[in-house]
Structures are given as C-alpha cells and as structure tokens.
Design a protein around this ligand. Structure first.
Ligand SMILES: Nc1ncnc2c1ncn2[C@@H]1O[C@H](COP(=O)(O)OP(=O)(O)OP(=O)(O)O)[C@@H](O)[C@H]1O
Ligand SMILES: [Mg+2]
Length: 140
C-alpha cells in the first residue's frame, strides 16, 4: 500500500483487511485518490502514533470500504461541515497541520461521480473516526 511510508513517518500503524473477492466498477486512479485523502487524514489528525485500519467487503451490489482511525475525532459541530468546500475543522490540533479543506469535498464528489458515496460513519472526540466509502461492485 502506497500510504505505508507516510504511516512509518508518523510512527503509526496501517493495516488493511480487504476481502479478496471484491472488484469495484470504478476508475482505479480515482479510487486511489479518495483512499489517499482518507488515509492521510487518518494518519495526520492524531495526537499519538496513529493506528489506521482499512477494510473492504462486498455488500450486495456495492463494495463497502471503511477507513478507521484512533485519532482526535471530530466534534459534533464540525461533523456537519467537513464535507464542505474549503472546510477545515476548528480543533487546534487540526489547524496546526497544513491543509486546504478540500480533500473530503473532492473525494465525495469523485465517489458520487462513480455512482457511490462517501460518509462519516461515526466519530467520537478523543476516540477516533470511521469514514465509509461505497462503490458499485464490478461486473466480473
Ligand atoms: N480522520 C480524521 N480525524 C479527525 N478529523 C478529520 C479526519 N478527517 C477529516 N477530519 C476533519 O475534516 C476536515 C476536512 O478534511 P479534508 O481532508 O477535507 O481537509 P484538510 O485535511 O483540512 O485539508 P486537505 O484539503 O489538505 O486534505 C479536517 O480539517 C479535519 O478537521
Ligand atoms: Mg485532508
């Protein structure tokens, strides 16, 4: 996985648990961009060496991918805004890192263009966040 060097830089752990029978009906490069954004966020927005898990499984006519982290989490006020254009979180630990606030906005746009979706599945301040990407399953 190409995010591995970044995980090593942050002294974090990156694990993947992807079912091997899944294929998505989507552009590989674009799916890669979305996952880069999600994994980068998961590694960066943490105040300790991050633990990030990427899972993938088939769910009916979709492939469900989750990116789970144990980072700083997202406050309920911020949860409503983070998919906006140029929207950054309000937490000091977010604002001290460089960022433009476009990653999630663009990633959701790409997911939707491919007939899928991108959502924050859950987040608890101080505990971590889970993002859920869904894409149409490939025709084998
Ligand atoms: N895994 C995460 N843990 C905690 N907060 C997150 C996480 N992912 C996103 N956020 C919050 O959502 C905001 C928006 O994320 P997004 O990726 O769109 O922009 P960014 O990371 O600030 O900048 P960039 O455009 O460079 O990615 C972040 O500023 C941060 O507050
Ligand atoms: Mg980002």
């Amino acid at each position: 996985m190409r995010a591995r060097p970044r995980a090593e830089l942050s002294k974090g752990t990156l694990k993947a648990d992807i079912a091997d029978d899944i294929e998505v009906q989507a552009d590989r490069a674009l799916v890669g961009k979305i996952l880069d954004n999600l994994i980068n966020n998961a590694l960066v927005y943490s105040d300790h060496p991050p633990m990030v898990l990427v899972t993938g499984r088939r769910d009916g006519d979709q492939v469900a991918i989750t990116v789970v982290d144990d980072g700083i989490g997202i406050s309920s006020q911020d949860q409503g805004r983070i998919f906006g254009r140029f929207a950054r979180g309000t937490d000091r630990r977010v604002l001290e890192k460089p960022g433009t606030g476009l990653g999630l906005y663009l990633s959701r746009g790409l997911a939707e263009q491919m007939g899928g979706s991108l959502q924050l599945a859950s987040s608890r301040p101080g505990k971590g966040s889970t993002f859920a990407l869904r894409l149409p399953v490939g025709v084998a």
